[in-house]
Design a protein around this ligand. Structure first.
Ligand SMILES: [Zn+2]
Length: 281
């Protein structure tokens, strides 16, 4: 029996095909390959796949893709389509929901908030060993809480989401607004001698504090785990948050809080492997 696990984001589709004790890994462009067409091709090559678990960088509910501003979607009703076409069980969940399940297992805690900052900023929470989902699987969409107006729009259509400040895509939009599309990373912005670039980095840090403080105040977790590409490349953000979070969160919620950097190589993909059993609901 083979199992196929997929982590799909705005840039890459990463997959792992488990064949007994072997692991076949593949990374392709998610702009070129639609999810359904990728599954079609893989199932044709490996007809004995018996489970497909997917971590998805968008809003998903009940096996359907509701909203994915950054991904080329070739089928929204993905779970039912794959079941009716191939008779295969498929489970799909939001990438942060997948990540927080993997983090809860790693830290062996039943009370974890994951905050991942990369292209976007996302959060998910496990409380009393259950994933907090909300009525439409949209709980803790921290990137889209209202923050401040920006002179451009978020992928969700509004202009005041915190993701416009505290994410890689947000910083890219600010740079574009100031007339530059040259690709530079957060550390370069922070150390830039140009005022506008320093401004973007300072605003990023402030918005990140706001997001983390709001998450901790609302969810009151035992662990706040920081992950995602920007955190991986700028681990100083851990100490920065520890130092300044008191100004952004309710003090008692910080009392026993452990703030940690994610130790997982790909939390969302690891979480996709848990979707078959769903240990956190
Ligand atoms: Zn938004």
């Amino acid at each position: 029996m083979k199992k196929l696990y997929i982590d799909i984001g705005g840039t890459h589709l990463r997959s792992e095909l488990v064949v007994g004790s072997d692991l076949l890994k593949e990374t392709v462009s998610s702009q070129v390959h639609g999810l359904l067409s990728y599954i079609n091709n893989t199932v044709l090559k490996h007809p004995d796949i018996d489970f497909i678990g997917i971590s998805y960088a968008g809003q998903v509910y009940d096996g359907r893709i509701l909203l994915a501003p950054n991904i080329n979607v070739d089928e929204t009703n993905i779970k039912e389509t794959v079941l009716s076409r191939y008779g295969k069980r498929l489970e799909i969940d939001n990438d942060l929901n997948c990540a927080v399940m993997a983090e809860a297992q790693y830290w062996q805690s039943s009370s974890v908030a994951a905050l991942y900052i990369g292209t976007g900023i996302g959060a998910a929470v496990i409380d009393t060993a259950r994933l907090v989902r909300g009525s439409r699987n949209l709980s803790f969409e921290i990137g889209h809480i209202p923050y401040r107006s920006a002179p451009f729009l978020c992928g969700c259509g509004r202009d005041n989401c915190i993701e416009l400040f505290a994410s890689g895509s947000g910083m890219g939009k600010w740079r574009h607004h100031y007339g530059s599309d040259q690709c530079i990373n957060f550390a370069q912005l922070k150390n830039s001698k140009f005022g506008q670039e320093q401004f973007i980095a300072t605003e990023f840090e402030r918005a990140l504090l706001q997001a983390a403080g709001t998450l901790v105040t609302l969810a009151n977790p035992e662990f706040l785990v920081l992950g995602g590409g920007i955190v991986e490349k700028n681990p100083y953000l851990l100490e920065y948050l520890k130092e300044h979070l008191l100004l952004y969160a309710l003090a008692p919620s910080l009392k026993m809080l452990r703030i940690e950097l994610s130790q997982l190589k790909n939390g969302p993909l690891l979480g996709a492997k848990l979707l078959e059993e769903k240990p956190y609901g």
